[in-house]
Design a protein around this ligand. Structure first.
Ligand SMILES: [Zn+2]
Length: 692
């Protein structure tokens, strides 16, 4: 369970780039906020997001191979181009390559060689299909699922909705009751649409998306060698099985409360819950260290899984397994598979008209597979020690602001305040990149077979997690790679993590003034720190244990304030055609509101040391506080296509960018004052919410 900052849209989308001879010329110029970016025709007190972003949107339409596009676009382009240059250099080097250069260079070569994928990779795929064809009885499932988990799927990526892996998820996690211990976790999963509501909602749009999904499954099965008639019939069965699993799954809001997923079962109890699956055999095959108990996030899901295992005959399960195998392997297979996968997941669900160019997909694939190898050159080029020092100073200023904020809170008793400050002081700040790089020497990579490389990398990562079970915790391990434009807070490690990728313009710039940096990166840092104290994070103590450190009165006060936020964000999103569930986004919205407040407090303290105030005017005609708010809004200038908006609102715990800006600022009297917004204006909420 880790709380992210962004909606990770940039990772799904893509951009076009001109083909130039000199790679250095491909690099876009990275800039931070400029005051002339605002649209003077818009009243900042009516719609600050439009005031700050509409000029940018008008000049930068979403490219055809993008689901969204915003001010972070040039940074994404820059990051990926730099990574591409490292990969090309590593691939071209003939002699004396380091282990890192061999791994990333050969992985890249195998990914870029599309003709070899059509032949060699497809040849390697056939035995995988045959394994499934050869299954004789359901009792062999444990063998096949163990094999699939160690070769395909994303078993270590646990999302707010489920683990995206065949049948269920298995990974390591800290014990909720004793964060010093690493335990084994079985999680709901086994369905490929982004959330359970996609299977269960009855509105016309959902029905139509499911119909397209079923066609997509049939098309994929056809590519594995089935006839059209067979594939059409099989797809209906696959959708039924996934629907059975989704129905049994816990919904995303209930799943947000860690108490609901803290269920420990012995192996005998798990076997009794779902007797049709041989759990011991699965554990043996994935080489999981022996454990007295297992964290089973959702016992109801495993009850439903048992029902499905009993109900569907072996022939149905073979169809399901084949689909899951093809789905999770598609990016490493032929163009036909890649295009079919894009047509549904890229086009139908995200609205992107065109597939990203091959090189971009290969940069991202290498980053997924070998992120801490590929990230080394990126850090050397993009994140000098001076930047790290300045970011750390901003982090410390924001932590000091939270200390000050807690001490000044009117609604919290001294006992709870003391505990909160203990937790704050125990946060580990991780900036840029790991102190010690991951060792990939055991991961076999060849320049010839992309599919095998992807499978090996998946197995390496799955096994790395499984082998954490029962071992001492490692707070210094990262779950994001250095070039990632994102950040996270981990409540069980009590760490904040900012990859070097987000410590670049427009988020952070070594030549920007404090107001600009605090409004952008400062609000990001404040956001992550606030996650330790949002409706979910507040349930964990300084050591990461799920332990209630609140007095009953303070908890009640907190819940009232939290409800203000969840009510405020429970709103119709006309541009997406759906309603937002403010209970699902409560943690992120709380972090947005707390983050900007803490960043402002920290800026005020920093300016004071320089003999300035928030009202001091700069050369650009803006006061420090105006520039701060503008820089905050600028961070979120990102336009999205309606399809991806709908998917995000239905499944993602983050609000859409427009609401991240407008709802947050409309809660702040400091904003109304800075821009002279009168009571009654849309950017001045009458019932303003404030937690931190
Ligand atoms: Zn967040």
């Amino acid at each position: 369970m880790r709380r992210l900052l962004l909606i990770a849209l940039l990772c799904l989308s893509s951009f076009a780039i001109s083909q130039q001879k000199n790679p250095a010329e491909e690099l876009p110029r990275l800039t931070h906020l400029s005051a002339d970016q605002v649209n003077p025709q818009v009243d900042p007190c009516s719609d600050f997001y439009k005031y700050s972003c509409s000029k940018f949107f008008a000049a930068n339409p979403i490219p055809p191979d993008q689901a969204g596009w915003g001010v972070a676009g040039p940074l994404l382009k820059w990051n990926e181009t730099v990574l591409k240059q490292s990969l090309e250099a590593a691939a071209a080097k003939k002699q004396g390559r380091t282990v890192v250069e061999q791994k990333i260079g050969d992985y890249w070569t195998s990914c870029m060689d599309e003709s070899k994928i059509e032949t060699v990779s497809m040849k390697a795929f056939q035995p995988e299909l045959k394994r499934i064809d050869d299954l004789k009885q359901k009792s062999q499932f444990a063998d096949e699922i163990a094999h699939l988990h160690a070769t395909v799927g994303q078993a270590w990526i646990v999302d707010d909705n489920a683990t995206f892996a065949p049948l269920f998820g298995f990974t390591a996690l800290q014990d909720y009751d004793d964060a010093q211990k690493t335990v084994a976790q079985f999680d709901q999963g086994g369905f490929a649409l982004p959330g359970r509501d996609f299977y269960l909602s009855d509105d016309a749009k959902s029905v139509s998306v499911r119909k397209q999904y079923q066609t997509h499954i049939a098309n994929m099965l056809k590519l594995t060698g089935e006839s059209q008639a067979q594939a059409t019939a099989d797809a209906a069965v696959v959708l039924q099985i996934e629907t059975d699993l989704a129905k049994a799954a816990m919904d995303a809001v209930k799943r947000r409360d860690p108490k609901n997923i803290d269920n420990k079962l012995t192996l005998a109890e798990l076997q009794k819950l779902a007797p049709s699956f041989d759990w011991q055999r699965y554990l043996t095959l994935v080489h999981a260290p022996a454990q007295p108990t297992f964290l089973v996030t959702s016992p109801d899901f495993f009850r439903g899984l048992e029902q499905a295992l009993q109900q569907h005959p072996l022939a149905h399960w073979k169809m399901y397994l084949k689909w899951q195998l093809a789905h999770y392997s598609s990016s490493a297979l032929t163009k036909a598979f890649v295009n079919e996968n894009f047509n549904f997941f890229g086009h139908t669900l995200a609205g992107t008209p065109e597939l990203a160019p091959r090189w971009r997909r290969c940069v991202n694939s290498t980053d997924n597979a070998l992120g801490e190898a590929l990230g080394q050159a990126y850090v050397a080029r993009a994140f000098p020690p001076e930047s790290k020092e300045r970011v750390l100073r901003i982090v410390k200023a924001i932590e000091a602001a939270l200390d000050q904020d807690i001490n000044n809170l009117s609604w919290m008793t001294p006992a709870t305040k003391k505990q909160g400050i203990t937790k704050l002081n125990a946060i580990l700040d991780k900036i840029g990149y790991p102190d010690k790089w991951r060792d990939y020497s055991a991961l076999e990579i060849s320049p010839d077979t992309y599919l095998v490389n992807v499978r090996n990398a998946t197995g390496f990562e799955f096994n790395r997690w499984v082998q954490k079970i029962g071992k001492p915790i490692d707070r210094y391990d990262w779950t994001m790679t250095p070039p990632t434009i994102n950040a996270y807070y981990d409540p069980q490690f009590n760490t904040i993590n900012f990859p070097a990728g987000i410590l670049q313009p427009p988020f952070f710039s070594s030549d920007a003034d404090d107001a600009t940096n605090f409004g952008a990166e400062g609000a990001v840092i404040g956001h992550e720190i606030t996650h330790g104290f949002d409706d979910q994070g507040r349930k964990f103590d300084d050591k990461g244990n799920l332990h209630d450190w609140w007095t009953a009165e303070d908890a009640k006060n907190y819940d009232e304030r939290g409800k203000c936020i969840s009510d405020e964000y429970t709103q119709e999103i006309p541009e997406a055609g759906v309603k937002q569930n403010g209970l699902m986004t409560q943690g992120e919205d709380t972090a947005d509101n707390g983050g900007i407040y803490l960043a402002l407090l920290a800026l005020e303290n920093t300016l004071k040391q320089q003999g300035k105030t928030l009202e001091t005017k700069g050369d650009d005609g803006l006061t420090e506080i105006q520039r701060f708010f503008l820089s905050f809004a600028n961070n979120w200038c990102e336009e999205l296509r309606p399809e991806i908006m709908r998917t995000v609102v239905l499944t993602n715990p983050h609000s859409l960018p427009k609401y991240r800006v407008n709802n947050t600022l409309a809660n702040m009297p400091e904003f109304a004052k800075a821009y002279g917004c009168a009571k009654g204006k849309p950017m001045v909420h009458e019932n303003a919410c404030r937690v931190w």
